[in-house]
Design a protein around this ligand. Structure first.
Ligand SMILES: C[S@@+](CC[C@H](N)C(=O)[O-])C[C@H]1O[C@@H](n2cnc3c(N)ncnc32)[C@H](O)[C@@H]1O
Length: 303
């Protein structure tokens, strides 16, 4: 039974008043988020409520008639307000899923993207074919640690070095490694570029999702990205290619014979990156596309 109340006010402080059911609170939250130009507002409202009630989202559908307590409404109002201010859902919830693994995220790390799962998958498929004891990989620009951790989970014998220029990102990556039970097979390195690697280190695989947004385009990105992902995780220099120049020029000596480099890049960058690597002496083995058929991953070797 729903008592009369004012549910639909522009000011989120009175987003819902009176006794409200799960279904009604979802509808009102979705309307509020739609007015704030949040994408997929109904889904976002459901995910926030499911998080609050500690239920799988689908279970909400079995509880549509349940009435929320005042405390639950207050808590939900705060979450919906934050999302209305375009804070990413993953920051509000505190984590995201990557290759089926839970990764904590906050403002110090890029929120892992679904297309990066394809890069991680290409990486662990390659590592799994190797006889090296142990297979080794470098994750350059590890951020939340998502790629390095996925490699370690999927290749139980592998050892991974996870490097980042951001010390706060490495704290998150370390927590994620422990949370996923692979902390002992990951080594974290704080450093700018490849200079932090110890002399003599050699890897079967260098994998990276480096910053690739041209500096001038950052201002045009959605608020959730522009204002909440760390700038140093986005900014690829004036043409977006700064890190590909660096890796094409400097990565080869760090590879073992037969080793490969696998890199994610941005939409429309494939041709330039192919040329850049070929010119620097790499053999480009493949350029793979993402779920939307956009070219997204470079796979190259030296020998
Ligand atoms: C696009 S994010 C990728 C994060 C994570 N690997 C992922 O795929 O979600 C790029 C990462 O590179 C790091 N980075 C930026 N400049 C760097 C540099 N000069 N040396 C090492 N890491 C750098 C950033 O701190 C950021 O964590």
């Amino acid at each position: 039974m729903i008592t009369e109340g004012v549910f639909l006010l522009r000011d989120s402080s009175q987003l819902y008043t009176g006794r409200v059911t799960v279904l009604e609170v979802i509808q009102k939250s979705a309307e509020f988020l739609a007015r704030k130009d949040v994408e997929s507002p109904r889904l976002q409202a459901e995910l926030l409520l499911a998080h609050l009630l500690k239920l799988p989202r689908m279970k909400l559908y079995l509880n549509f008639d349940r009435t929320l307590s005042d405390a639950e409404l207050d808590a939900l109002r705060a979450l919906v307000r934050r999302r209305g201010q375009r804070e990413p859902l993953q920051h509000i919830i505190g984590s995201t899923s990557f290759c089926g693994l839970e990764m904590a995220v906050n403002r110090n790390v890029l929120i892992p993207r679904p297309e990066t799962e394809l890069l991680a998958e290409a990486g662990w498929e390659f590592l799994s074919t190797l006889n090296s004891q142990p297979p080794t990989a470098l994750d350059f620009g590890t951020g939340s640690g998502c790629i390095a951790i996925a490699l370690a989970v999927k290749c139980p014998g592998a050892r991974i070095v996870a490097l980042d220029a951001s010390a706060p990102a490495l704290v998150v990556a370390g927590e994620n490694a422990a949370r996923n039970g692979v902390g002992e097979r990951l080594e974290f390195l704080h450093g700018n570029g490849l200079a932090a690697l110890p002399d003599g280190a050699r890897f079967d695989l260098i994998v990276s999702n480096p910053p690739y947004i041209p500096s001038a385009e950052i201002a045009t990105l959605p608020t959730e990205v522009r204002d909440f992902d760390p700038r140093e995780a986005l900014d690829g220099g004036s043409d977006g290619l700064a890190f590909y120049h660096l890796l094409a020029a400097e990565a080869a000596p760090w590879l073992r014979p037969g080793g490969k480099i696998m890199l994610e890049f941005g939409d429309g960058q494939a041709a330039a990156i192919r040329v850049l690597f070929a010119t620097a002496g790499w053999i480009v083995e493949a350029v793979r596309s993402d779920y939307t058929q956009r070219e997204r991953i470079l796979i190259a070797r030296r020998d």
